[in-house]
Design a protein around this ligand. Structure first.
Ligand code: F6P
Length: 343
């Protein structure tokens, strides 16, 4: 078979390790693999590249060698027909799409139109319901936790409140894990938005003691905001607004300094969270997912994706994976709440 691989959506540490796992296993099983550049855009326009045989380099490399985009073929005139043509013209027998909810949603629709697709779930946000953890999440929250660790030294030295803005869109997983692992004093996530007055009282309490007159607040970019703030903010082809434009960290820092007189500053971790090499945990998870995706294609089990369930990688239907966000649950949140002294 000739198997195309594409990566779509925000890049995630471990994408190249997945590509490696697919290529290595598929080639071993006697298949040909070809890279499709720029996600769905490349599949529409027939943009291909070779997948290298230097597998070692792929394992640890961050980003995606196949490049990515947020192109939605269902938002492009004739997009699906173009994809069908690319399949036919280039003799493609299957495509493996590595992506998050949006990408897997497109892959699922394309399978319903008769195109042979297999998905691989990815996102640093960890918000896909069909898998316990997505690859890249572990690396991303480790980077964010290490950043919080580092920021503590400057916060303490200057007696400041640092409001650290963390990615994650609708889900607070990254902020929660980074906040707990980094020892943030307040954690603000969209699923369980604590009132800012509570944050003020946490900070006030710390400033009552000269030894703890500093604080770190971890806030998710999707933390509750005024919906009217969304007006006029650009959206991508999947209808997502750019949450970084809301500057939630800045808004909270302003509020703490203007309304309550705390020396507060905002720090936006931004793309650093998903840049660089995947950690060993994500390299292993990505490799396992890549190998299983290649085997699914080999067995012609299309419309499926490998998923992490407990400690096992199991194939599940793509249709089970889409449109179901996995949000932070009560049990995880209760840890943060207790750490903040909120019972
Ligand atoms: O979905 C991954 C993610 O990094 C989100 O956490 C973030 O909101 C978004 O992508 C940023 O998107 P972009 O790369 O388009 O700026």
């Amino acid at each position: 078979m000739k198997i195309g691989i594409l990566t779509s959506g925000g890049d995630t540490p471990g994408m190249n390790a997945v590509i490696r796992g697919i290529a290595l296993r598929a080639r071993d099983l006697g298949h040909e693999v070809i890279g499709i550049k720029y996600g769905w855009k490349g599949l529409m326009e027939g943009l291909f590249m070779e997948i290298p045989y230097d597998y070692d380099e792929l394992l640890s490399k961050g980003g995606t060698i196949l490049y990515s985009s947020r192109t939605n073929p269902y938002k492009r005139e004739g997009g699906v027909e173009q994809i069908r043509e690319t399949f036919e013209k280039n003799g493609l027998d299957a495509v493996i799409a590595i992506g998050g909810d949006d990408t897997l949603g497109v892959a699922n629709k394309l399978t319903q139109e008769g195109l042979p697709m297999v998905g691989v779930p990815k996102t640093i946000d960890n918000d896909l319901d069909a898998t316990d953890y997505t690859f890249g999440f572990n690396t991303a929250y480790s980077i964010a936790a290490e950043s919080i660790d580092k920021l503590k030294t400057t916060a303490k030295s200057h007696g400041r409140v640092l409001v650290v803005e963390v990615m994650g869109r609708h889900a607070g997983w990254l902020t929660l894990y980074a906040g707990v692992a980094g020892g943030a004093h307040a954690i603000l996530i969209p699923e369980f938005p604590i009132n800012l007055e509570v944050v003020v009282s946490i900070v006030k309490k710390r400033y009552e003691n000269p030894d703890t007159s500093w604080a770190i607040i971890a806030v998710s970019e999707g933390y509750e905001f005024d919906k009217k703030d969304l007006e006029g903010i650009e959206t991508d082809e999947f209808g997502h607004v750019r949450l970084d434009k809301l500057k939630i960290g800045e808004q909270i820092a302003e509020y703490l300094s203007k309304e309550h007189g705390f020396p507060a500053r905002a720090v936006v971790l931004g793309y650093l969270q998903r840049s660089g090499s995947p950690n060993p945990y994500d390299r292993i998870l990505s490799t396992r997912l890549g190998i299983t995706a290649a085997e699914l294609v080999h067995e012609k089990k299309f419309a499926m994706m490998p998923s992490l369930r407990g400690t096992k990688i199991v194939p599940i239907p793509l249709s089970d994976a889409v449109d179901k966000l996995k949000l932070v649950d009560e049990e995880h949140w209760s840890v943060a709440k207790k750490l903040m002294g909120l019972g």
